[in-house]
Design a protein around this ligand. Structure first.
Ligand SMILES: [Zn+2]
Length: 98
């Protein structure tokens, strides 16, 4: 039964990683940071760093993987959002041209 829950946790971790893909691809391809809150994403990354020591000391591989995914992709989104904020960093769709 524990192994079943580990599989569920692993699937959830993969789902979390996949959930970042639309935002990251939009940022990288369109250089558009429309709707991204630097403050909110900073809090997500900070929360990840605060939980990381506990995760590293535990035996829960899923917890470690989830936090590492969250921190790495959160930092990626923050960095690209920072450089693509403002009108110059908005794609035609989000500018309302199309
Ligand atoms: Zn856009």
């Amino acid at each position: 039964m524990i192994q079943f829950f580990n599989y569920l946790g692993f699937a959830g971790t993969i789902l979390v990683a996949l959930a970042y893909i639309p935002q990251v691809t939009h940022l990288l391809k369109k250089h558009c940071a429309y709707g991204i809150s630097i403050r909110a994403w900073s809090m997500w990354v900070m929360a990840g760093f605060l939980m990381l020591p506990s995760a590293l000391l535990s035996n829960a591989l899923i917890f470690k993987a989830l936090l590492i995914v969250q921190i790495i992709l959160g930092i990626l989104i923050l960095v690209f959002s920072y450089f693509h904020q403002g009108k110059s960093g908005t794609c035609p769709v989000h500018k309302g041209i199309f």
